[in-house]
Ligand binder design. Structure first.
Ligand code: NI
Length: 157
């Protein structure tokens, strides 16, 4: 495989709830590799499995803190706690070229499984917390436009 086609808003699959992943196998490992490849190719900070047509509770994130790649895989994630609220512009590879302001928690604690199906918890804030919430929403069939304060507008470069 490699770079996969990203589904865009209007595609009914993006509105479905994804199902928990029961076990890791080679097919899912390949999916995760492809999700990273697709996300980097499209210059996104996160990508959820339903965006590439797979209704499984998996997302990948890399916000490149300090310009360094820091790839994170979240399988069957649960957001345990949130705190505060920040509104900032948000975009999505499934809504190309657009952005809108979305309120999100300032901080959160998330529990998930990694690629080895080992549990971990992570405390995140700022852009990483925003990204985790956005990708988590994809697993619920929610897009950022559902929560945005205004209609999305053309993103300026
Ligand atoms: Ni998105």
């Amino acid at each position: 495989m490699g770079i996969r086609t990203v589904r865009e808003i209007g595609d009914e699959l993006l509105r479905k709830e994804s199902k928990p992943l029961k076990e890791m196998n080679n097919r899912t490992r390949q999916l995760i590799r492809d999700m990273f490849e697709t996300m980097y190719a499209e210059q996104g900070a996160g990508l959820a499995a339903p965006q590439v047509g797979i209704l499984k509770r998996i997302f990948v994130v890399d916000i490149m803190p300090d310009g360094e790649s820091q790839p994170l895989v979240f399988i069957n994630p649960e957001i345990l706690e949130t705190e505060g609220e920040v509104t900032d512009n948000e975009g999505c590879l499934s809504i190309p070229g657009k952005m809108a302001p979305v309120p999100r928690p300032e901080r959160l604690k998330v529990r998930a499984l990694n690629e080895e199906m080992e549990p971990f918890t992570l405390e995140a804030e700022g852009l990483l917390a925003r990204c985790i919430c956005h990708e988590y929403d994809h697993l619920q069939g929610i897009l950022y436009v559902d929560k945005a304060l205004t209609e999305p507008v053309e993103a300026s470069e």
